[in-house]
Design a protein around this ligand. Structure first.
Ligand SMILES: Nc1ncnc2c1ncn2[C@@H]1O[C@H](COP(=O)(O)OP(=O)(O)OP(=O)(O)O)[C@@H](O)[C@H]1O
Ligand SMILES: [Mg+2]
Length: 245
C-alpha cells in the first residue's frame, strides 16, 4: 500500500467515429498523493473536463490504466463503479447539477442515503457551515447560483469521501460570489483533509494549491504557478491537437 490516491498511466481518450475522430487525451500520466490539493489548468477545449471525468471514474478512457486508492477501475462493472464512487468520490460540477425535484437538504442527504447511512444531522451541519441553514427546504430553482454551488459543495463532501473533484466550480458565478464559494470549499476541505483536484482558470486559486498542472495538446505537465502563467500566455490555442486548427 502506498500513499498515492490517484495513479493514472497513459490515459488516451478518443471520441467520434473513424472519419471524424478526435483524440482529446494523448497519454496522460498522473500520480497524486493523499491529501494534496491539485490545480488543473489549460485553455478551453484542452480536455480538462474530459480528464476529470475519467479520473473520477465517471467515464472510461479509451486506453490506459487508472487506480484510485490502489484499486484499478478498469474491469469494474458500471454498478461496481457507481458503488466505488459513492464510497470514495465527490464531484462538484461547473453548472451545479443539483437534482431539481429535491430540496437543498435532500440533495445533500442523497449521497448518504445511497451509501446506506442516512444522517440528516450531518447534512444539516455541513449546510450550516456553508451558510445555507436558512435555505434547507428551497428547491434549486429557488436558489441563487452561489447558493446552488454551496449546496453542491455540501453534496460532494457530506459522505466524507477521501477524493473530491471540482470542475471550474466558480465558472458560472460572479467574482465575489465565486471567491466566497472557494473560501467555503477550502474550509470544508481543510476539515475533511480530502484530496482535492480542482480545474480552474484562476491563477490566484491555483497558487493556493500544492501543485499546478497544465493540460496542453492532450498531455499533462507539472508546471508550477509562474510557469503556468507563461505556458498559458504562449498557448493561444492549447486545445486538442487534431481538431480543425
Ligand atoms: N463526446 C464528445 N464527442 C466529440 N467531441 C468531444 C466529446 N467530448 C468532448 N469533446 C471535445 O473535446 C474537447 C475537450 O473537451 P472538454 O470539455 O474536456 O474541454 P475543457 O478543457 O473542459 O474545456 P472548457 O474549459 O471550455 O470547459 C473539446 O474540443 C470538445 O468539443
Ligand atoms: Mg470543461
Amino acid at each position: 500500500m502506498n500513499n498515492l490516491i490517484i495513479q493514472a498511466q497513459s490515459l488516451v481518450k478518443r471520441v467520434g467515429d473513424a472519419a471524424n475522430e478526435l483524440t482529446i487525451l494523448q497519454g496522460v500520466d498522473l500520480e497524486v498523493n493523499q491529501g494534496d490539493i491539485v490545480a488543473i489548468m489549460g485553455s478551453s477545449g484542452s480536455g480538462k473536463s474530459t480528464l476529470l471525468s475519467i479520473l473520477a471514474g465517471l467515464e472510461p478512457p479509451t486506453t490506459g490504466q487508472i487506480a484510485l486508492l490502489n484499486q484499478p477501475l478498469q474491469g469494474k462493472t458500471e454498478d461496481a463503479l457507481a458503488l466505488f464512487r459513492r464510497q470514495h468520490v465527490g464531484f462538484i460540477f461547473q453548472d451545479f447539477q443539483l437534482i431539481p425535484t429535491l430540496t437543498a437538504l435532500e440533495n445533500v442527504t442523497l449521497p448518504l442515503q445511497l451509501k446506506g447511512n442516512y444522517d440528516e444531522a450531518a447534512a444539516r451541519g455541513l449546510l450550516d457551515k456553508l451558510g445555507m441553514s436558512h435555505r434547507l427546504s428551497h428547491y434549486p430553482n429557488q436558489l441563487s447560483g452561489g447558493e446552488q454551488q454551496r449546496v453542491a459543495v455540501a453534496r460532494a463532501f457530506v459522505h466524507n469521501p477521501p477524493l473530491v473533484f471540482a470542475d471550474e466550480p466558480t465558472g458560472n458565478l460572479d467574482e465575489a460570489t465565486g471567491d466566497k464559494v472557494i473560501e467555503l470549499l477550502f474550509a470544508v476541505r481543510e476539515q475533511t483533509q480530502a484530496t482535492l483536484i480542482i480545474v480552474t482558470h484562476d491563477r490566484s486559486l491555483a497558487e493556493r494549491c500544492d501543485r499546478q498542472l497544465q493540460l496542453r495538446h492532450g498531455l499533462l505537465a507539472d508546471v508550477g504557478v509562474v510557469n503556468a502563467a507563461m505556458v498559458d500566455a504562449n498557448a493561444v490555442e492549447g486545445g486538442v491537437p487534431n481538431g480543425d486548427e
